[in-house]
Write a protein that binds this ligand. Sequence first.
Ligand SMILES: Nc1ncnc2c1ncn2[C@@H]1O[C@H](COP(=O)(O)OP(=O)(O)OP(=O)(O)O)[C@@H](O)[C@H]1O
Ligand SMILES: [Mg+2]
Length: 260
Amino acid sequence: MITTNQFLNDAARNLISKFRRREAESPLLFAKRLIEPDLWQENVLLSDAKQLILNCSRQTGKSTITAFLASHTAIFTPQSLVLLVCPSERQSGELLRKIKSILAKTPGIDYSRDAVLQVELGNGSRILALPSAEANLRGFSAPSMVVIDEASRCDDGLFYSLKPMMALGNGKLILLSSPFGRRGFFYETWINGENWERFTVKATDCERITPEFLESEKNSMPEFVFRQEYFCEFTDSDTQIFPSELIENSINPTLKAVAW
Ligand SMILES: Nc1ncnc2c1ncn2[C@@H]1O[C@H](COP(=O)(O)OP(=O)(O)OP(=O)(O)O)[C@@H](O)[C@H]1O
Ligand SMILES: [Mg+2]
């Protein structure tokens, strides 16, 4: 004999599992339970690309939307490995904190809450937060997702040690940052990278960033910094003697090095 409580519990469980099945197929549906994504964020969630690069203004929500993608992968791909890399341990821990808060608001998810720099889910998935020191990344194999946040400030060695690891699996690689000079793998990938889906969002395209805030920021920093931080421009520092463009144009690729 089924009691009314049992009946209601079963009905609620069925409803959650039906909804969960739909969320499994759609990171957008998964995110919409908790936030109303901006249009560009929706496109990030809907993207099928294996390599995404987000060149976005500060505070537009690039870490947030990537945290939803990473959580979705860990929840719906059992035994998956998700790596979060930032220039410092504190920053990668901060990204993991965003993910933990998504997991905490997702009913029926069993995960470890104690460690600051890693989360293990009941389905065997792991999310690890790592600093960008190159040595820390060797030894992982076939991650389902690698997120490099503040990528313009991470070491080049890190990126080049990651690439072979990604080639072996079917994982997704996401670079996100505001620019930091015309140098490094984030700049190179944005300008020349093949098979990358590119997203860019200026501060003025984000309605959460007010004109008043932008005006006060503009008055508080050098112009080249402001254009990098809020307008996605790869600018030269005003202390650089030769503009990068001049240096790039003066390099002749047909010349070969000569041994003395
Ligand atoms: N779609 C959204 N709706 C409401 N709030 C959002 C949305 N996306 C992001 N936010 C909020 O905007 C703020 C900035 O988000 P986030 O930290 O992801 O930005 P960011 O681009 O990574 O910033 P930074 O460059 O400083 O690292 C956070 O408070 C976040 O919760
Ligand atoms: Mg961020």
